[in-house]
Design a protein around this ligand. Sequence first.
Ligand code: PA5
Length: 434
Amino acid sequence: MLKILHREEAMVDEERLQSEANRILPYVGELSLIAKATGYDAPEASLQLPYDESIRTQVKGLAKELGKHIEVIVVIGIGGSNLGTMAMYQALRGVQDSLTRNWPKLLFLDTLSGQNLEDISSYLINLQDTTSFAVISISKSGGTAETMANTQALYNKLQIAYGDVSDRFIVVTGDGSKLWNRAKELNMYRLTIPEKVGGRYSIFSAVGLLPLALSGADIDAMHRGAREVIEICTINDIEKNPALYSAIVTYLHAQDGKNIHNSFFFDPRMELTGKWYRQLMGESIGKQYSVFGEELRAGVTPIVSTGSTDLHSMAQLYFGGPRDKITNIVYGPFNDVRLQGDEFSGLVQDLPGKTFNDVMSAILGGTMEAYTKNKMPFLAIELEDYTEASLSGYLQFRMCEMMCLAQLFDVNAFDQPNVEDYKSETRRLLRNIE
Ligand code: PA5
């Protein structure tokens, strides 16, 4: 279970904290009821996913049908349809997964890149065996241009090489979408996403569970980790509820002009989790209008940093530049590699004989000290480990936090009306191309 430490370093006034908490405590009570309900009726219905055993059963059944010989799974999807899976996969496997012999592997196609398509399709064709791969095409709406284009292009190439490959394709989409109907005609496997569960809140539906289960991740542990966090993130008490606390800290600093939110992860495997959070915060809070129809232009800009890498690139800006950021320093246990010999470590005072844990703990401690000395607000969030349960707990904590944050800003956490602007222009331009 994650812990939020260093509360005094958040630098918020207790009275304001309590007053904002009182304002949204009734909403937190609603979240608790929604999580315990079934039927996926409320906008916050994603809270019901970790309690839904039927999704896990369906996913496991399908994984069994697809067979044990799968080497690679291609995930086609974009935004909410792939960011959660990418985040979880990278956090579990690490950034050097392509060098390891851990199989099966996940490969991703999101934006249109001829090079990515060529590399992935050639790899699948070289396997010379359709049972060695599966392709999952994920789109809630079933009509996203990039996802349909990638699915079409890969389907074509594989059909040419192998003949009919429909039984290696699985579609995850909204029930009755155009994609659902087409997949049905082609006899492809199909799984649904509950209507009220939007892309950026969908990691614990088939969207995330299917590819991750096929890659060997423990999806029971994922749901368990998320459930444990929902239990604490729906408590009506700011002292015990980390999502409520973190949301109010972010909100109060944004009100005071610190409206850049820096997720500072002290492990490179968390970088894509930062990208997932960018979408969660960007699309949930960035709104022109409030739920009451007033023009607000609300938003907190999420950025991602990796410790210690970005201390060598961004620290000058963070410490010397404008005081416009609230930082969340997130860390877990460090690796215990011990430095033997002193050919190179001897060039740095006190380095010989130390472990990676010693060095990274010192850098982490030093960074927090520097934030404190410079009176720069931060929350320190400690992860117990990097297992499926803990990582899922982290993602669930962030989703609960975002629901509370939207409530504080009086914006709708679940829509993205302005994204439509570029989509309709794109459709118009596509129409004009012969
Ligand atoms: O959060 C969102 O709604 C978006 O990021 C979508 O997930 C993204 O545009 C992909 O949409 P779809 O799943 O319908 O293909």
